[in-house]
Design a protein around this ligand. Structure first.
Ligand code: PMP
Length: 387
């Protein structure tokens, strides 16, 4: 008789056979434009540190100073004794930055999404999600117990039909900038339909906040939307802000509800205070250094233009996420490996992260890149893709 979980080894083999096996690369250097792997230096085109703040001296200094003063661990959950004056100040600053009544820190974006949806929804409610939403949003919707519907990507008409048929409280949930495609959710139309159908709209702007909009206000700034249009805004701190963690911003009632009911908030250790201190410093840079966004846009435009000249088909993205869809997982991995050999770190994204048959290279830019990096990447892509 086979022992328990005897199928695991077979499962792994089957993942390998399908070219879907995931392996980690060990980074031997600090994170930055250049990273070292296997003793080789590569130009990094797969980080989400879009503004280049993860290594910024002011952010690092704030972190170090706070470690000296507060130590490393926060000691407990926020509701016990883990909520420091630094966490509190950061929440107030994030509320002001997003133009909302309040903000609440979560230890990760994944937990924020799970926490919001499980706190707000139950079996008598309904949640509507874009088909391409991030896994944490899908998991949040599924774990909430609410009726769960996925609508076609960015398809407001398909959403409207679903909404009209639903009962109970209705929550529409979408990525702002889609994490694997880089395109923008049609938030203006989504908020209009949501209001019309008496639903709330929740936006996960993990890849937009800090990065999109003249002031870094993300997709809500881009569309000119307020708290009344989008009652729930989730942002992560590990991407544009260059640190770690996440927050939810919205009304007093929303935030107090999360404090009382969000299990991923209540039952977990608060972020280290030093992470909050570092994020306060990076938030100031996000606000003050608009040149980082302009530079990122210029680099992205340069890439799009060069890729067009090479005859490469890009996806309809105007963000710093520029995927090249290649279809098969085997092809995506082969291209990523060829780029690696040429000195560029670009990740191959495969199912189940993206739908079957839509494996891709996901290229991301950072304000720390310069034009030469972009041109070198284009050069390598030109050679590799046309081989
Ligand atoms: N939402 C989106 C759209 C994301 O891309 C991510 C991170 N990949 C998350 C949520 C999760 O955030 P975190 O890494 O802070 O858990």
């Amino acid at each position: 008789m086979a022992g328990p979980f005897a199928h695991l080894a077979d499962d792994l083999e089957s993942i390998r056979q399908k070219n879907l096996y995931r392996s980690r690369r060990v980074i031997q250097s600090s994170q930055g434009v250049h990273v070292q792997i296997d003793g080789r230096t590569l130009v990094n085109f797969c980080s989400n540190d879009y503004l280049g703040l993860a290594q910024h001296p002011a952010v690092v200094k704030a972190f170090k100073n706070a470690v000296d003063e507060y130590g490393v661990g926060s000691g407990s959950a926020h509701l016990i004794c883990g909520h420091s004056v630094i966490h509190h100040a950061l929440e107030e600053e994030l509320a002001a930055f997003t133009g909302r009544d309040r903000a609440l820190l979560f230890s990760t974006g994944y937990m924020a999404n799970l926490g919001v949806m499980t706190a707000l929804l139950d079996r008598s409610d309904a949640v509507f999600e874009d088909r391409l939403n991030h896994a944490s949003l899908l998991d949040g919707g599924l774990s909430s117990g609410a009726k769960f519907k996925r609508y076609a990507h960015a398809d407001v008409d398909s959403l409207a039909v679903h909404l009209q048929q639903a009962t109970g409280n209705k929550l529409v949930v979408t990525d702002g900038v889609f994490s694997m495609d880089g395109d923008f959710a049609p938030l203006d139309d989504l908020s209009r339909i949501a209001k019309q159908e008496n639903a709330w709209l929740m936006v996960d702007d993990a890849h937009g906040l800090g990065v999109i909009g003249e002031q870094g206000g993300g997709l809500l700034e881009y569309y000119g939307l307020s708290q009344a249009d989008v009652p729930i805004l989730m942002g992560t701190l590990g991407k544009g802000f260059g640190t770690f963690g996440a927050f939810v911003a919205g009304s007093e009632t929303l935030i107090e509800t999360l404090i009382q009911k969000a299990r991923t908030y209540i039952y977990t250790t608060a972020l280290p205070t030093a992470v909050a201190a570092a994020t306060r410093a990076s938030l100031q840079l996000v606000i003050q250094e608009a040149w980082r966004r302009s530079k990122l846009n210029a680099l992205t435009q340069r890439f799009k233009c060069g890729a067009g000249q090479l005859g490469l088909t890009l996806m309809p993205s105007s963000s710093a996420i520029q995927p090249i869809r290649v279809g098969g997982s085997h092809t995506a991995v082969a291209l990523s490996n060829a780029l690696f050999d040429a000195g560029f770190l670009v990740s191959a994204i495969r199912p189940p992260t993206v739908p079957q048959g839509s494996a891709r290279l996901r290229i991301t830019f950072s304000a720390l890149h310069d034009e030469q990096h972009v041109d070198q990447l284009l050069d390598a892509l030109g050679k590799i893709m046309h081989d």
